[in-house]
Write a protein that binds this ligand. Structure first.
Ligand code: COA
Length: 255
Protein backbone atom coordinates (compact mmCIF):
# COMPACT_ATOMS: atom_id res chain seq x y z
CA UNK A 1 0.00 0.00 0.00
CA UNK A 2 1.37 3.44 -0.86
CA UNK A 3 1.97 6.01 1.86
CA UNK A 4 -0.98 8.41 2.44
CA UNK A 5 1.39 11.38 2.77
CA UNK A 6 4.38 11.70 0.44
CA UNK A 7 7.24 14.16 0.78
CA UNK A 8 9.87 15.18 -1.73
CA UNK A 9 12.59 17.83 -1.48
CA UNK A 10 13.64 19.42 -4.74
CA UNK A 11 15.56 22.67 -5.21
CA UNK A 12 14.55 23.97 -1.79
CA UNK A 13 10.86 23.11 -2.17
CA UNK A 14 9.56 20.43 0.19
CA UNK A 15 6.45 19.08 -1.54
CA UNK A 16 3.94 17.33 0.69
CA UNK A 17 1.36 15.32 -1.22
CA UNK A 18 -1.87 14.02 0.31
CA UNK A 19 -2.12 10.59 -1.23
CA UNK A 20 -5.35 8.94 -0.15
CA UNK A 21 -7.44 9.74 -3.23
CA UNK A 22 -9.89 6.85 -2.76
CA UNK A 23 -11.12 8.59 0.41
CA UNK A 24 -10.87 12.08 -1.12
CA UNK A 25 -7.71 12.61 0.98
CA UNK A 26 -9.62 12.56 4.26
CA UNK A 27 -6.93 12.98 6.92
CA UNK A 28 -6.37 10.29 9.55
CA UNK A 29 -4.38 10.59 12.79
CA UNK A 30 -1.44 8.85 11.10
CA UNK A 31 -1.59 11.39 8.27
CA UNK A 32 -1.62 14.31 10.75
CA UNK A 33 1.51 12.83 12.34
CA UNK A 34 3.22 12.71 8.93
CA UNK A 35 2.06 16.27 8.15
CA UNK A 36 3.40 17.48 11.50
CA UNK A 37 6.75 15.84 10.83
CA UNK A 38 7.00 17.39 7.36
CA UNK A 39 5.99 20.85 8.61
CA UNK A 40 8.51 20.70 11.46
CA UNK A 41 11.15 19.55 9.02
CA UNK A 42 10.34 22.53 6.79
CA UNK A 43 11.00 24.86 9.74
CA UNK A 44 14.20 23.24 10.97
CA UNK A 45 15.94 21.95 7.84
CA UNK A 46 18.04 24.67 6.19
CA UNK A 47 17.74 22.88 2.86
CA UNK A 48 14.00 23.64 2.84
CA UNK A 49 13.07 27.12 1.61
CA UNK A 50 9.36 26.58 0.88
CA UNK A 51 6.71 24.03 1.87
CA UNK A 52 4.24 23.12 -0.87
CA UNK A 53 0.99 21.28 -0.09
CA UNK A 54 -0.71 19.42 -2.95
CA UNK A 55 -2.85 16.33 -3.40
CA UNK A 56 -3.33 13.30 -5.62
CA UNK A 57 -6.76 12.55 -7.08
CA UNK A 58 -9.74 14.77 -7.73
CA UNK A 59 -9.92 16.39 -4.27
CA UNK A 60 -7.47 18.37 -2.19
CA UNK A 61 -8.93 16.99 1.04
CA UNK A 62 -12.30 15.93 2.47
CA UNK A 63 -11.06 17.10 5.86
CA UNK A 64 -10.67 15.11 9.02
CA UNK A 65 -11.43 11.41 8.64
CA UNK A 66 -14.94 10.98 10.04
CA UNK A 67 -14.27 7.40 11.18
CA UNK A 68 -11.55 8.91 13.41
CA UNK A 69 -14.06 11.47 14.73
CA UNK A 70 -16.43 8.62 15.63
CA UNK A 71 -13.71 6.63 17.38
CA UNK A 72 -12.55 9.66 19.38
CA UNK A 73 -16.12 10.79 20.11
CA UNK A 74 -17.13 7.32 21.30
CA UNK A 75 -14.09 7.10 23.56
CA UNK A 76 -15.47 10.26 25.20
CA UNK A 77 -12.00 11.79 25.16
CA UNK A 78 -12.69 14.79 22.96
CA UNK A 79 -9.54 16.23 21.42
CA UNK A 80 -6.39 15.94 23.46
CA UNK A 81 -3.59 18.39 23.06
CA UNK A 82 -1.02 15.66 22.43
CA UNK A 83 -3.06 14.20 19.53
CA UNK A 84 -1.31 14.25 16.14
CA UNK A 85 -3.73 16.86 14.81
CA UNK A 86 -2.47 19.33 17.42
CA UNK A 87 1.14 18.52 16.58
CA UNK A 88 0.32 19.51 13.02
CA UNK A 89 -1.54 22.66 14.03
CA UNK A 90 1.28 23.73 16.35
CA UNK A 91 3.81 23.16 13.58
CA UNK A 92 1.69 25.24 11.18
CA UNK A 93 1.33 28.09 13.66
CA UNK A 94 5.10 28.21 14.19
CA UNK A 95 6.18 27.69 10.59
CA UNK A 96 8.29 30.70 9.65
CA UNK A 97 9.08 29.68 6.10
CA UNK A 98 6.66 30.22 3.21
CA UNK A 99 3.92 27.68 2.58
CA UNK A 100 2.19 27.34 -0.78
CA UNK A 101 -0.92 25.27 -1.58
CA UNK A 102 -2.23 23.78 -4.81
CA UNK A 103 -5.96 23.08 -4.52
CA UNK A 104 -8.12 21.16 -6.97
CA UNK A 105 -11.59 19.76 -6.28
CA UNK A 106 -12.92 19.63 -2.74
CA UNK A 107 -11.19 21.33 0.18
CA UNK A 108 -13.30 20.57 3.25
CA UNK A 109 -12.72 21.42 6.92
CA UNK A 110 -9.01 21.40 7.56
CA UNK A 111 -8.63 21.20 3.78
CA UNK A 112 -9.81 24.83 3.82
CA UNK A 113 -8.49 26.02 7.17
CA UNK A 114 -4.98 24.79 6.30
CA UNK A 115 -5.04 27.32 3.44
CA UNK A 116 -5.31 30.14 5.98
CA UNK A 117 -1.77 29.19 7.08
CA UNK A 118 -0.41 29.14 3.55
CA UNK A 119 1.18 32.30 2.26
CA UNK A 120 0.33 31.66 -1.37
CA UNK A 121 -2.67 29.66 -2.50
CA UNK A 122 -3.51 28.52 -6.02
CA UNK A 123 -7.03 27.15 -6.53
CA UNK A 124 -8.79 25.64 -9.50
CA UNK A 125 -11.60 27.87 -10.83
CA UNK A 126 -13.99 25.05 -10.10
CA UNK A 127 -12.53 23.93 -6.75
CA UNK A 128 -15.10 23.74 -3.96
CA UNK A 129 -14.03 24.99 -0.54
CA UNK A 130 -16.12 24.46 2.58
CA UNK A 131 -15.89 24.41 6.36
CA UNK A 132 -18.97 22.47 7.47
CA UNK A 133 -18.09 22.40 11.17
CA UNK A 134 -21.62 23.31 12.25
CA UNK A 135 -23.13 20.72 9.89
CA UNK A 136 -21.11 18.18 11.87
CA UNK A 137 -22.13 19.88 15.14
CA UNK A 138 -18.49 20.82 15.75
CA UNK A 139 -16.68 24.18 16.02
CA UNK A 140 -14.02 25.98 13.95
CA UNK A 141 -10.39 24.85 14.29
CA UNK A 142 -6.85 25.74 13.17
CA UNK A 143 -7.33 29.37 14.31
CA UNK A 144 -9.92 29.74 11.56
CA UNK A 145 -12.29 31.50 13.97
CA UNK A 146 -9.84 34.41 13.73
CA UNK A 147 -8.21 33.95 10.33
CA UNK A 148 -11.26 33.30 8.15
CA UNK A 149 -13.16 36.45 9.21
CA UNK A 150 -9.87 38.37 8.93
CA UNK A 151 -9.52 37.30 5.30
CA UNK A 152 -13.11 37.29 4.03
CA UNK A 153 -15.03 39.39 6.59
CA UNK A 154 -17.29 38.33 9.45
CA UNK A 155 -20.54 37.78 7.53
CA UNK A 156 -18.99 35.66 4.79
CA UNK A 157 -17.00 33.66 7.34
CA UNK A 158 -20.08 33.11 9.49
CA UNK A 159 -22.02 31.81 6.49
CA UNK A 160 -19.15 29.49 5.54
CA UNK A 161 -19.09 28.08 9.09
CA UNK A 162 -22.81 28.05 9.85
CA UNK A 163 -24.26 26.83 6.55
CA UNK A 164 -21.27 24.77 5.45
CA UNK A 165 -22.00 25.41 1.78
CA UNK A 166 -19.00 25.42 -0.56
CA UNK A 167 -17.63 28.45 -2.36
CA UNK A 168 -15.95 27.89 -5.70
CA UNK A 169 -12.38 28.75 -6.59
CA UNK A 170 -13.30 31.96 -8.42
CA UNK A 171 -15.16 33.19 -5.34
CA UNK A 172 -12.28 32.14 -3.07
CA UNK A 173 -9.96 34.22 -5.23
CA UNK A 174 -12.34 37.20 -5.28
CA UNK A 175 -12.67 37.02 -1.48
CA UNK A 176 -8.91 37.02 -0.92
CA UNK A 177 -8.48 33.36 0.06
CA UNK A 178 -6.31 32.61 -2.95
CA UNK A 179 -3.61 34.37 -4.96
CA UNK A 180 -4.61 32.73 -8.24
CA UNK A 181 -7.63 30.88 -9.61
CA UNK A 182 -6.68 28.92 -12.72
CA UNK A 183 -8.07 26.02 -14.76
CA UNK A 184 -7.79 22.78 -12.83
CA UNK A 185 -5.08 21.30 -15.05
CA UNK A 186 -2.83 24.32 -14.40
CA UNK A 187 -3.03 24.32 -10.60
CA UNK A 188 0.00 22.17 -9.83
CA UNK A 189 2.24 23.89 -12.37
CA UNK A 190 1.20 27.38 -11.22
CA UNK A 191 1.79 26.54 -7.55
CA UNK A 192 5.14 24.89 -8.34
CA UNK A 193 6.19 27.99 -10.27
CA UNK A 194 5.28 30.29 -7.36
CA UNK A 195 7.02 27.99 -4.88
CA UNK A 196 10.20 27.96 -7.00
CA UNK A 197 10.13 31.76 -7.28
CA UNK A 198 9.79 32.22 -3.50
CA UNK A 199 12.47 29.58 -2.88
CA UNK A 200 14.88 31.78 -4.83
CA UNK A 201 14.33 34.83 -2.59
CA UNK A 202 16.64 35.74 0.32
CA UNK A 203 15.71 33.12 2.97
CA UNK A 204 16.31 35.20 6.09
CA UNK A 205 14.46 38.17 4.66
CA UNK A 206 11.49 35.93 3.78
CA UNK A 207 11.51 34.41 7.27
CA UNK A 208 11.57 37.79 8.99
CA UNK A 209 8.81 39.04 6.72
CA UNK A 210 6.57 36.09 7.53
CA UNK A 211 7.29 36.31 11.28
CA UNK A 212 6.35 40.00 11.27
CA UNK A 213 3.09 39.23 9.47
CA UNK A 214 1.79 36.61 11.92
CA UNK A 215 1.70 36.16 15.67
CA UNK A 216 2.56 32.46 16.03
CA UNK A 217 1.97 32.31 19.79
CA UNK A 218 -1.43 33.96 19.52
CA UNK A 219 -2.45 31.55 16.76
CA UNK A 220 -1.32 28.53 18.78
CA UNK A 221 -3.13 29.80 21.90
CA UNK A 222 -6.32 30.22 19.88
CA UNK A 223 -5.96 26.76 18.33
CA UNK A 224 -5.92 25.29 21.84
CA UNK A 225 -8.92 27.37 22.90
CA UNK A 226 -10.83 26.26 19.79
CA UNK A 227 -9.75 22.69 20.58
CA UNK A 228 -11.71 22.81 23.82
CA UNK A 229 -14.94 23.80 22.07
CA UNK A 230 -14.28 21.31 19.26
CA UNK A 231 -13.38 18.53 21.70
CA UNK A 232 -16.42 18.95 23.91
CA UNK A 233 -18.69 19.05 20.85
CA UNK A 234 -17.05 15.93 19.43
CA UNK A 235 -18.35 13.66 22.16
CA UNK A 236 -21.80 15.34 22.16
CA UNK A 237 -24.97 13.52 21.04
CA UNK A 238 -25.54 16.06 18.24
CA UNK A 239 -22.07 15.45 16.77
CA UNK A 240 -22.47 11.66 17.03
CA UNK A 241 -25.76 11.99 15.10
CA UNK A 242 -23.99 14.05 12.42
CA UNK A 243 -21.10 11.52 12.09
CA UNK A 244 -23.48 8.55 11.94
CA UNK A 245 -25.61 10.33 9.33
CA UNK A 246 -22.47 10.76 7.18
CA UNK A 247 -21.47 7.10 7.41
CA UNK A 248 -25.07 6.00 6.78
CA UNK A 249 -25.30 8.42 3.82
CA UNK A 250 -28.39 10.23 5.17
CA UNK A 251 -29.24 13.72 6.44
CA UNK A 252 -28.72 14.29 10.17
CA UNK A 253 -31.70 14.99 12.44
CA UNK A 254 -30.90 17.38 15.28
CA UNK A 255 -33.33 17.16 18.23
N1 COA B 1 -13.84 10.88 6.33
C1 COA B 1 -13.86 9.58 6.01
N2 COA B 1 -14.18 9.13 4.78
C2 COA B 1 -14.49 10.06 3.86
C3 COA B 1 -14.48 11.43 4.12
C4 COA B 1 -14.14 11.83 5.44
N3 COA B 1 -14.08 13.12 5.78
N4 COA B 1 -14.85 12.09 3.01
C5 COA B 1 -15.06 11.17 2.07
N5 COA B 1 -14.84 9.94 2.57
C6 COA B 1 -14.98 8.66 1.87
C7 COA B 1 -16.44 8.32 1.62
O1 COA B 1 -17.01 7.71 2.77
C8 COA B 1 -16.30 7.38 0.45
O2 COA B 1 -15.89 6.12 0.94
P1 COA B 1 -16.51 4.77 0.29
O3 COA B 1 -16.10 4.82 -1.16
O4 COA B 1 -15.83 3.69 1.07
O5 COA B 1 -18.00 4.88 0.50
C9 COA B 1 -15.13 7.97 -0.35
O6 COA B 1 -14.39 8.76 0.58
C10 COA B 1 -15.57 8.85 -1.48
O7 COA B 1 -16.43 9.86 -0.96
P2 COA B 1 -17.85 10.21 -1.58
O8 COA B 1 -18.67 10.88 -0.51
O9 COA B 1 -18.44 9.02 -2.23
O10 COA B 1 -17.41 11.26 -2.71
P3 COA B 1 -18.26 12.46 -3.32
O11 COA B 1 -17.45 12.95 -4.48
O12 COA B 1 -19.68 12.08 -3.54
O13 COA B 1 -18.26 13.59 -2.18
C11 COA B 1 -17.27 14.97 -0.47
C12 COA B 1 -17.03 14.18 -1.77
C13 COA B 1 -15.91 15.48 0.00
C14 COA B 1 -18.20 16.17 -0.78
C15 COA B 1 -17.97 14.07 0.57
O14 COA B 1 -17.23 12.87 0.66
C16 COA B 1 -18.05 14.67 1.95
O15 COA B 1 -18.90 15.52 2.22
N6 COA B 1 -17.17 14.21 2.86
C17 COA B 1 -17.20 14.62 4.24
C18 COA B 1 -16.56 15.97 4.40
C19 COA B 1 -16.55 16.40 5.85
O16 COA B 1 -17.57 16.71 6.41
N7 COA B 1 -15.35 16.43 6.44
C20 COA B 1 -15.11 16.80 7.80
C21 COA B 1 -14.91 18.27 7.88
S1 COA B 1 -14.65 18.82 9.54
Amino acid sequence: MSEPVLTELNNGVLTVTLNRPEKKNAITQAMYAALAEATNRARTDDAVRVLLFRAEGDSFSAGNDIADFIAIGQSGGGQVIDAPVFHFLKALAHLDKPAVAAVRGRAVGIGLTLLLHCDMVVVADDALLSAPFVNLALAPEAASSLLLPMVVGHQRAFEIFALGEPIDGRTAHAWGLANRAVPSDQVDATAAELAAKVAGRAPNSIKKTKRLMRDAERLWALMQEEGEAFGSQMSSPEAMEAFMAFTQKRAPVFG
